[in-house]
Design a protein around this ligand. Sequence first.
Ligand code: FA5
Length: 339
Amino acid sequence: MDLHGLQERALAELQACRDEAALHAWNGRYLGKSGELTLALKRIGELPPAERPAYGQKVNQIKQTLLAAAEQQERAIREAELTRSLTAEALDVTLPGRPVQRGRLHVATQVMRRIIAIFADLGFQVYRSREVEDDLTNFELLNMPPHHPARDMWDTFHTTTPGVLLRTHTSPGQIHVMRELCPEPIRVILPGMCYRYEQITTRSEIMFQQVEGLAIGTDITMTDLKGVIQAFAQRLFGEDRTVRIRSSYFPFTEPSIEVDMDCIVCGGKGCSLCKGTGWLEIMGAGMVHPVVLQHGGYDPTRYSGFAFGMGPQRITMLLYGLKDIRQFWANDLRFLEQF
Ligand code: FA5
């Protein structure tokens, strides 16, 4: 058996291997189960016993040489492949990157922030008040004793603890802020979620936001209230907006009013949005009722104040011409991505 010739041939063929597939085939040809070198070793039994040790040693030597050479060749092939791919598939660093999906603020948050910023300009601070209230603060201290008929307008969700409920409006916050700050003058807005047990429609949800406003001082009149609301409406809807007030009723204000703004679509001529009236209702308001002032700790013979409560969802619907309030919390990206 020409072992030397075998080694030379194997090494020459190894040098000719240019990729991993060729290397794999070479490996099978010489070192695999039926490879030439493996077979050469198996032939040891055909030799006279005296020659076997030297023969075995020689075959093993060749095997070690081939394995070392194969390892080296494999490394060389890998390096060549890397160099080739780096040159051929060079990165174009001037290509634009893949766009990253960016989140955004919910339209309700965007409009709420605009409302808060406008009132901040007018000198109102934000006061956060609880969403889980007691019957006393949500109704009684706001001048609605048990069985008061006005409670029918504000049915809500009750917890399993008697007298503890989800607030129907932000007005109970008036009591909290008055009791905390009395006898200081107050100028705050109270934004937050409210809950009502009522029919869901395109204009009414069972959960919605409100922004309450409260100003308490010694010389506050209805003129101040109208001025603040007019300034607010002009800053949110445009400088040429005007507001009017209509008589209304809330148990916690006296007198009570509804505030309308001239229609943003027709400017007062009458259209489908304002149902031909030329006006859009934007909030309920009034002068804080003496009983409520008293419950807050203020002497109604010395202090007066105004309060208002608006629904930012309805205001957002006006701002963007939205038809259905249920879209706010439906979590539909096709709707949310428009803002
Ligand atoms: C009140 O809740 C009074 N607390 C407002 C107030 C405060 C009056 C201070 C006087 C002084 P009303 O129920 O009208 O009032 O609700 C006020 C606003 O909340 C409405 O104009 C409307 O914009 C919004 N709103 C009321 N119910 C819903 C509802 N189910 N879905 C969405 N928005 C609502």
